[in-house]
Design a protein around this ligand. Structure first.
Ligand code: NI
Length: 377
């Protein structure tokens, strides 16, 4: 990649950084990405999208279609860095580096387009909105962007890895994210006459402690899962037993097997705890991102491509944060990597920053990977 292209991509990243947009509001980002793709003679596909861009480079030789995905949205965070290109929109910030992802994949598209005579197939570039609220991937899949796509690749920057490294791991890399809300209904009444009430505080208290037995006694030792109850609401004074108590929380897992069985166990325990005490329960479950589960068959080609591009492979450490790239992996095999950016802070921090030298690394790696995958398919 030429120095000129690298500085151009850095400028574009700084533009996006100064102009962050929240999930499903990425209109200006979308417009600019389209403009930059067109300037480089890259075809934009005509999906009917509010925000986000789907582009494609068709190789001159026949072959399948693979996809490379970047997210493009920012967060409702007030930026506290001292960089010259800090956010110009108060209360909004690219604090997860999706500006870096977008220009890196643009860079890969430019490199692949320059070499399309060698390309055996097609590379589709997915610039996805609304990753931060875990809805953008589903939005795009429903619009049909994965049609005819045989495999998908993506990345997240990783502040604790040095620039020039790419973190690679098969299987679970990022946790699934589910949310629950449980309402225990009793019968309210006088705190001094509890035998005339059904006390939902007793029911909820039993549940909060007993629910951890699901992790300890129902989940395989070799699977990973966490149940966290993060909110308990019930009662508003000292001498009245309330009518209901509402619990909220989240479940994180690393294996689909664990993710599938936990809601059933939690619901059953909620019902028996309520019933055993004479109360009733409403159990509400919202499934967000599944596990980012990397397809083992692509691990060696990913590793070889990192080295061929001139960079270093490191073993990726999994994280229990979620990522909606996982949604695509419900439909087709995919592989998600960490790209080292040597940043001072973790994701979503108001002082989040990254080393822009990593743009070149990510662009060159993805361009190499796309050519290698298509030549092997
Ligand atoms: Ni992110």
């Amino acid at each position: 990649m030429t120095d000129e292209l690298v500085s151009d991509l850095i400028e574009k990243r700084r533009y996006l950084h100064r102009n962050p947009e929240l999930p499903f509001e990425e209109y200006n980002t979308t417009e600019h990405l389209k403009k930059w793709l067109k300037e480089n003679e890259i075809t934009i596909l005509s999906f009917d999208l509010e925000t986000g861009v789907i582009a494609e480079v068709k190789g001159e030789k026949d072959g399948p279609t693979i996809a490379i995905r970047s997210d493009i949205d920012a967060l409702p965070i007030y930026e506290k860095t001292e960089v010259s290109f800090r956010s110009e929109i108060d209360g909004k910030m690219h604090a997860c580096g999706h500006d870096f992802h977008a220009v890196s994949i643009l860079g890969a598209a430019i490199l692949i387009n320059e070499n399309k005579e060698q390309l055996h197939g097609t590379v589709r570039f997915i610039f996805q909105p609304a990753e931060e609220i875990a809805q953008g991937a589903k939005y795009l899949v429903d619009k049909g962007v994965l049609e005819n796509v045989t495999a998908i690749f993506g990345m997240h920057n990783k502040p604790d890895l040095p620039v020039g490294t790419v973190g690679v791991k098969s299987g679970g890399l990022m946790a699934s994210v589910d949310k629950f809300e449980i309402t225990f209904n009793g019968i309210g009444g006088h705190a001094g006459i509890p035998h005339h009430t059904i006390d939902p505080i007793i029911i909820a208290s039993q549940y909060v402690t007993n629910v951890q037995s699901i992790i300890a006694r129902r989940i395989d030792l070799f699977h990973n899962a966490v149940i966290s109850i993060t909110s308990i609401n019930g009662g508003n004074t000292w001498n009245v037993i309330p009518e209901k108590v509402v619990l909220q929380g989240t479940v994180r897992t690393f294996q689909q097997e664990a993710r599938e069985v936990i809601p059933g166990y939690m619901k059953k325990l909620a019902e028996t705890t309520a019933e055993g005490n004479g109360g009733t329960v409403e159990f509400q479950w919202n499934s967000y991102a599944p596990v980012v589960n990397n397809a083992r068959e692509y691990e060696s080609i990913v590793r070889e491509s990192v080295i061929e591009a001139g960079y270093e492979v490191v073993d990726a450490e999994p994280t229990s944060a979620g990522e909606d790239f996982a949604y695509y992996q419900n439909f087709i095999p995919g592989f998600f990597v960490w790209v080292g950016v040597d940043g001072p802070r973790e994701w979503h921090h108001p002082e989040f920053d990254l080393n822009e030298d990593a743009i070149k690394v990510a662009s060159e790696f993805f361009a190499t990977l796309a050519v290698n995958v298509l030549n092997h398919e």
